[in-house]
Design a protein around this ligand. Structure first.
Ligand code: ADP
Ligand code: MG
Ligand code: MG
Length: 921
């Protein structure tokens, strides 16, 4: 048997791996390999596979090392050969970076160690070799700090703690009277290393390790460990990344951006990650290394001249000051800029998606350190896909598949009302890091943000800068405001990934964590005060600014048009009021799949009449009460039918048990007695009578209509009369009358007869008629099993997957919350089946019912109206199952439209790639 390969080398335009091997090499490792294969210059290195991470977690450090020791040693030799250096040598040392990288990108979530291989001898060797002593010691102090934080566990664990190394740096800057790291002298740096090492000894009780191999193994294991650190675990949970995946480790020869002012480091995007605009952009810093740009320690500069000018305008900086103090890379290093610009285009062309790349310039030579498909806002996602389609980069199906349906939600969020905005007072300006409108109360710490949000408060997280520790707080915030950091800062990147409004680098605001105050625009804001953020303009306002619904045209409109052309299924909405129906129509709904009639019995006179009916002793009494309800219902239906004119409206007859319509407390019962003019005892006795042990399995649905036929009769009359009234006005209503909770053919037949008899009566009375359908929900398992029978009476099926899930699993929807969380955590269930349709169980019932229903009635109309109708994977299942439409809440209509199109696009693309593979063979 061939030995498993655990280490994959890359360098010098050759690589063992490639971009398709993300599972094994992680995203970063797979792309580092791929870049070598299509001519992107990067330092050589190797990737230790994710499999080793899994084995490390199972069997421990010694086992993992024994497994890969030989492979790693020979991979290091390959790096040495390419670089002409030697790992562990004191004269000509090879320095390495150790970087994490899992299948899905988790920016900044796990740890990196740079400049590994340095010790007191090697630093002297580097200084001699480069003739740059300051650089050698700057690298050394960075290494000791990173190794201490990441490998020796000296990173602070709570918000009160300080990083011991940062404290030393601050102390030394103060002693030397300087502001920036770059102003410290070589001797200062030497002393800093000494102090760092003392801190290591003090905290860990051991000397700083001088053996490069010990450093390397320690760092590799620390990267594996970082997969399980708290913030990585949280990030995975947030983004549904499975724990089993593990992380790969990338070991790579160092290149140095901190060798002086002809060196630097930066981050760039091939398109704008906030808006999607097709414009190369990014930030860089001279004489800097690693995360300096992202960390917001110094103000990063823009890469392009255009970007730099846009930035200066937002910051109120004059062109003169900009050009002299913050020149773009395009101005500062035109040749490097030109090369970078060519490379970014090459990378985007190769991956056919917006790239987020990292680069370092070492003494005038450009190296690319990483590329990945860039995280972006929902709006950018749509614009990039649509423009790449127009530019001929993507096919229609590919463009459709580029959209994550769930993220369309972001585009449907409210925006600031323009009039209100014109009157708003701008208190500060920062960068438009992530678009959107946010209003909330100022909070300064992530854990407090969580606590406030848990109380239902809307909050804006205000920080000097954010770090991965703030993730939870950012996740619950309406928006994020930072004083420091650019468009590629942690806050900006994470906020865009979350689709959350963010203004970053608002340099004029003063944040005081201790006093919990925010000073801006000459005013002091306390914790809890309201502010508003405009993430599209980078503006911060005082107080609460009203919002309105967004415009759904432009690229979004184009996407939806494309989706509707591709989709086979239609998308309807669940709506009970004319207003909801109108909203859904604006979102592209093609009918109502579920109009619940129960709300029509609440409020004002309606509930009184309803209660009269419930209280009645016999049919005559009930009919008297129903007569009062009839005109009210008819009017409600007219409203909804009119809002949905020319489109079908599925009306469900009364479904909930009657006890839901009566008060359960003394106060309410007394009031009811007074209004009805009956003794409260009578009310109490009736409510007692209505009590059920399992109301959800009790007297509800068609069981009501079959025991009290006059209820069905009245509702049918209201529907048909409403439709006829509209017809008289020239408005076309298409009612589909739906019987709930059918379990047997007889139940259905009896209801159908009442509806049809009533319709005929009304038609005769009016001497006019309309077309209508009578069908049923399939939500009781027995109905699915006997669907061939039920289809003898039902003209359509609508799968009520909420009840169907409840009854198939035997989980009470109202009580399942208690154990479903535990079930998900323990892996018993992958998803909450009330959210994501259970295809193996409930789905089989759906498919069976479709087949049986069609056998009896070839043209039976089929749809779904459970919550699942707006959940993308469930929508794709519905397509597969052959349904004609899905129905969901108004705000999910665009999501379902896209998912319905993706169901088709995915198949077409798969077929195409199978064909392409075949013809290759
Ligand atoms: P993350 O996944 O958090 O982005 P990286 O592995 O990309 O972490 O490392 C962080 C930064 O360290 C990079 O952006 C880059 O600037 C720097 N870095 C990593 N490897 C090297 C290297 N071989 N030479 C120079 N800089 C490096
Ligand atoms: Mg990176
Ligand atoms: Mg139901």
């Amino acid at each position: 048997m061939a030995k498993t390969k655990y280490v994959y080398s890359f360098g010098n335009m050759q690589a063992d791996g490639n971009a398709s091997m993300k599972d094994l090499l992680g995203g970063k490792g797979a792309n580092l390999a791929e870049m070598n294969l299509f001519g992107i210059p990067g330092p050589p290195g190797f990737t230790i596979t994710t499999e080793v991470c899994t084995l490390y977690n199972q069997k421990g450090k010694d086992y993992a090392i024994s497994l890969i020791k030989d492979e790693v040693e020979s991979a290091v030799q390959k790096v040495e050969k390419i670089m002409g250096t030697k790992f562990g040598d004191s004269q000509n040392p090879c320095l390495l970076s150790v970087r994490s990288g899992s299948r899905a990108s988790m920016p900044g979530m796990m740890d990196t160690v740079l400049n590994l291989g340095l010790n007191d001898e090697a630093v002297a060797g580097i200084a001699r070799k480069t003739g740059n002593e300051r650089f050698a010691w700057d690298s050394y102090r960075r290494f000791v700090q990173m190794f201490g934080d990441v490998v020796l566990g000296m990173k602070p664990t709570s918000k009160e703690d300080h990083d011991p190394f940062e404290e030393i740096i601050d102390q030394m800057k103060e002693e030397k009277g300087v502001m920036l790291d770059t102003e410290l002298t070589t001797d200062d740096l030497k002393e800093m290393v000494q102090r760092f090492k003392q801190a290591v000894k003090k905290v860990t009780g051991k000397d700083f390790p001088v053996d490069p191999w010990e450093q390397l193994w320690g760092s590799v294991m620390a990267v594996f460990d970082s997969w399980m650190n708290e913030r990585a675990v949280y990030y995975r949970k947030l983004n549904k990344i499975p724990e089993e995946w593990g992380t790969a480790v990338n070991v790579q020869a160092m290149v140095f951006g901190n060798m002086g002012n002809n060196s630097g480091t930066g981050v760039a995007f091939t398109r704008d990650a906030a808006t999607g605009e097709d414009i190369f952009n990014g930030e860089y810093l001279l004489n800097a290394q690693g995360e300096d740009v992202v960390a917001g320690i110094r103000t990063p500069q823009e890469i392009t001249l255009e970007g730099s000018r846009r930035w200066a305008k937002l910051q109120n900086i004059t062109e003169e000051e900009r050009a002299s103090k913050y020149p773009s890379l395009e101005e500062a290093m035109p040749e490097i800029y030109h090369e970078l610009n060519t490379l970014q285009q090459k990378m985007e062309d190769h991956y056919r998606d917006m790239q987020d790349l990292e680069f370092t310039i070492q003494e005038g030579k450009l190296w690319i350190l990483q590329t990945r498909n860039g995280k972006r806002t929902g709006a950018a996602m749509v614009r990039i896909a649509m423009e790449m389609l127009e530019q001929g980069i993507l096919s229609k199906d590919e463009a459709l598949m580029r959209i994550d349906p769930n993220r369309l939600d972001e585009l449907l969020h409210p925006v600031f009302d323009n009039e209100a905005l014109a009157n708003a007072k701008v208190m500060a300006k920062g960068l438009p890091a992530s678009p959107g409108a946010a209003t909330g109360q100022v909070v300064f710490h992530a854990d407090e943000a969580e606590a406030w949000a848990a109380q239902g408060k809307k909050i804006i997280l205000v920080r000097v800068e954010t770090s991965p520790e703030d993730l939870k707080g950012m996740n619950v915030a309406e928006g994020i405001l930072t004083a420091r950091g650019g468009m590629t800062s942690h806050a900006a990147v994470v906020a865009r990934g979350m689709g959350k409004c963010c203004v970053s680098g608002a340099g004029t605001i003063k944040v005081n964590y201790k006093a919990r105050t925010l000073e801006m625009g000459g005013k002091m804001f306390k914790e809890g005060d309201f502010i508003s953020l405009n993430g599209s303009k980078g503006e911060v306002y005082e107080g609460r600014i009203p919002t309105k619904d967004p415009e759904l045209s432009g690229d979004f409109g184009k996407l939806m048009e494309l989706a509707d052309k591709r989709a086979k299924m239609k998308v309807r909405t669940n709506a009970d009021t004319p207003h909801d129906a109108e909203v859904a129509r604006d979102f592209g709904a093609q009918g109502i799949g579920l109009c619940r009639t129960e709300h029509m019995f609440f409020g004002g006179d309606k509930i009184i009449a309803m209660r009269e009916m419930i209280l009645a002793d016999d049919e005559t009494g009930r009919r008297k009460a129903l007569e009062k309800l009839l005109p009210i219902q008819r009017e409600d239906f007219e409203g909804i039918f009119e809002a949905m004119q020319d489109l079908p409206v599925t009306v469900r007859l009364l479904d909930p048990p009657l006890h839901e319509f009566v008060p359960h407390d003394d106060k309410g019962q007394n009031e009811m007695a007074k209004v009805m003019g009956v003794p409260v005892e009578k009310i109490k006795a009736k409510i007692e009578e209505l009590h059920e042990f399992n109301p959800m399995l009790g007297h509800r649905g068609c069981r009501l209509g079959n025991t009290y036929p006059e209820i069905t009769e009245t509702q049918a009359r209201a529907i048909i009369e409403a439709a006829l009234n509209l017809k008289a006005k020239g408005i076309k209503a298409i009612p589909e009358i739906m019987i709930p909770l059918t379990g047997t053919l007889e139940e259905m037949r009896m209801q159908e007869k009442i509806v049809r008899d009533t319709a005929e009566t009304v038609f005769a009375e009016r001497n006019d008629k309309i077309d209508y359908l009578v069908g049923t929900m399939i939500e009781v398992p027995r109905a699915a099993i006997t669907a061939d029978d039920i289809a003898k009476s039902a003209e359509f099926f609508s799968f009520g997957t909420n009840d169907l899930t409840q009854m198939t699993f035997g989980y009470s929807r109202d009580d399942a919350g208690k154990f479903l969380e535990v079930y998900k955590e323990k892996g018993i269930l992958k998803h909450d089946p009330f959210e994501v349709l259970d295809q193996q169980g409930v789905g089989k019932l759906v498919k069976m019912a479709v087949k049986k229903g069609r056998k009896t009635r070839k043209n039976i109309k089929l749809g779904i109206c459970g919550e699942h109708g707006g959940e993308p994977s469930s929508v794709m299942f519905c397509h597969e199952a052959g349904l004609h439409y899905v129905s969901c809440s108004p705000y999910r209509v665009p999501i379902a439209r896209l998912a319905a199109a993706q169901a088709v696009a995915e198949k077409k693309l798969a077929k195409k790639s199978r064909k392409a593979k075949k013809s290759k063979k």
